[in-house]
Every structure is written in C-alpha cells, then in structure tokens.
Write a protein that binds this ligand. Sequence first.
Ligand SMILES: [Mn+2]
Length: 478
Amino acid sequence: MGSRGFWGAERGSGLIRNAEVSDERGEVSEELMKEVWAQRARCAINLPTMRHQPIPSSLFVANRQRLAAKLAPNSVAVVNANDTPPTNADGTLVMWPNSDLFYLSGIEQEESILLIVPNAQDEKLREILFLREPNEHLALWEGHKHSKEEARKISGIQEIKWLSDFPVFFRMLMCESDTAYLNSNEHRRAVVDVQSRDARFVEDCQKQYPLHRYERLARVLHELRPVKSKAEVDLIKKGCDITRKGFLRALKKTKPGVYEHEVEAEFAYEFVRNRAKFAYSPIVAGGANSCCLHYLVNDQKVKKGDVLLLDVGAMYGNYASDMTRTIPVSGKFTRRQKQVYNAVLRVFRAMCDAAVPGKLPKDWQRECEEMMVEEQLKLGLITQKDVRKAKPRHLASKKYFPHGLGHPIGLDVHDVACVPSAFAEGWVMTVEPGIYIPEEGFGIRLENDILIKKNGNVDLMSHIPIEADEIEDRMKRK
Ligand SMILES: [Mn+2]
C-alpha cells in the first residue's frame, strides 16, 4: 500500500503533499500567507466551495437514517471519497464526487471518510465525518477546504474530525462492533481497472481486522438509492430545466455548415452559467454519425438534409439528467425522416406510460421490442419473414433498435439499483427508444426522464419540445 494507505496517520491527509509542494515551488512568503488568510476571512460565507446552491442538510440526514435502519446490530459502515484521477505528467482531472458519500453527507471534498455506527456506545460517535485539515499551504495552492462548521452545515453531522484522528477512532469503533459494511462499485456494467479509494480501504481494513464479519454496503445502497425523495427529484428537475435551456439554444444555432462541437458549445454555455456541468460526455452526431450509439468526437460539419442527434444532459448538484433529441439540420425533416421520427415518438409515449410500479424492467423492454417490430414493419425496415425467422429471445426489431429502452437515473447517469427489482414509486427512469438506419444515413432517438408514480408517471422533461412540428417551428423562428 505504501504511502497511499489509510493507517499511517496523516499520510493521506494532504499535509505531506503540501510540504512537497512548498519544497518544489519555493518558500511562500509570510506576507502572502497573511494576505491569503485575510482574504479567506473576508469572504467567509456560509457554504463555500460548491458550485451549486446550498442543498438543505435534511436530505442527507434522512438518507443516513434510511441507511442506519437497514444495518445489522453493532455495525460500522464506511464510505470514502473518490480519488483525483491522474492524466499525464503531473496533471490531474477534476475529481468526480463519490455518489455514495454525497448521498449520505452532501460532502464532495477529496479524501473525506464517513463513518456510520448506529449503536456506538458513545452517542456522539454514531455519525462521524473525517476531513482534510485546512492549512495555509492548501489554501494557497488548492483553495478553500471545509471548516468543521461548514461541514456540519452541509451534512447535518455534528461530529466532524480531521483525518489524523481517523485511525484512533476507527479502531475504537471497530473493537466494539461485530460487522463492518464496506463500500465497493457493484454496478453491473462497471469496468473496474483501477483500484478505488474504497477498494484500497477494504484491503487495508480486512488486513487489520481479519476476524470481523464483513458485509457489502453497495447491496444496501442499491436498495435505497433508486427511490428518490422529493428533494432529490427537485434537483433532477433543475438539471432538466438547464438541459432545456441548452437545447433551445442549440435549436437556434443549428444550420447547415456548423460543426457538431459548435452545437456542443451551446449546451456548455448554458450548463456552466447555470451552475451545472455535463452529466456525461455529450453526443452531438450529424447524419450517419447518429447511427453510432456512443459517438463522442463531435468534430464533423453538419449538412443540409441531415439530422442532428443530441444526447446531452446537465448535472446539477450532482444529480444527472439525460435527454436525447433528433433535429433536422436545415429546419425541416424529410418525409422519410419524419416517418421514422413519429414511429419512435409513438413508442416513446407508450413506454413512458408502460413503466408502472411492480413491472420488471426486462418485461418493459420486451413490450417495447414487440411494439418496435410493428413500427419497423410499417416502415418497411423488416418483413414478416424476418419476424418469423427471429429467435424468441432476439426479436426482429433488434437490428434497428439494438439497445436498452431506459435506465434508472440519479446521482449516476446509469444509476445503481438492485437486480432484479421491479419499478417502484419514486424511481426516476430514462425512456429512450431509437431506430437507426445506417443504409439510409440517419438514426432517430428520443429520450426524457420520468418519475414513476402509482397514479401515472410524471415526465420531468415535458417542457422540452419533442413533437416534430414544434421543433421545426422553433427552428424556423430563429
Ligand atoms: Mn440515457
């Protein structure tokens, strides 16, 4: 484990790192440090360092209560922040906050550790958040780090400690516990090539405490996270609103001769100025590129008569939104494009209503594929012979609709959920049917995010134009 372990006091806390920084870049003058601190004091505001507006801590308090209720007696649950991923040389990417840590605390800061110990003998220690200890060097090179008071306000956790205290408190709490719930990435489709901070912690912890019972925290979180509270739905809605702004701007700017990346920039403009970011790498795909499901280069010129597929969503307050629209570059669909468009739109509408509580996602997918068979027959894409020849598990519609109809969305774009589990009230799902016809040089996909409710689902993107006529109309008006 070397210097990346958790057990060597401040090793992971950034203190050493900063000593290295100051060696490398020379001494920081005392005068400058005074100025930095004075500046910090002047702009001491309630909840700094996060781009989104403050989120009431009640959301995170409730999430911790829901988790604590599901833990075995005498247990400890541990959640770590994400690592800052490297690029090349001494470069790094911006850290992507850990979804589980955020879900349970609202904390996005690197190196943080959350402990939840519902039966701790000392009541004060039932929830503890460990943070990097702020210091002058950190303030100068990286900027502001949470004070204890700020962390309390954000998370609603009373017991905030510095990372250097972690080994002592963790030992104490482990020794009075029977079970440790440790976290891991258990998304079914994750490709885990790189060991995460959580994974390193599991290794170290099991080495230090080999006789404890270990449980998978991910199993519990995958039960909790799909069901969204009102506060969470409001954050997703905010992302949808910002996505709408980006789309309306893209509609205005799209015309023959512009580049895909120029349209991407229109989304970026609205996302960044509205305190959001791209929830995932945007797909801006003109013409035949629209048939490539994970097209990401966005570097081509869009041409008259082509479609432009936009699969773009804003992430606000760490909650994702995910939208797809397909628009005509010249402002008017061809007859054939509109035919296919309206077929996809009919499937989209039917499937928004068909995602009812109690239904398994795989049955919903099957219904969609059956409807797609009918639509594709009408479009002349497949024949009755294709339908007869198809295997029961692989319907004829797969050729032109090869992907999943939708996925849960929340803190992750493809959000976590237990498999198999049926739709339930409070889930937010994407609905994204598509038909891709490489031989005709275009594909159509439409996608909104819906909230599943007992008495009828709510489309969180119903205010974003989707009817072909409305899209043409708005493009004409620009
Ligand atoms: Mn999607």
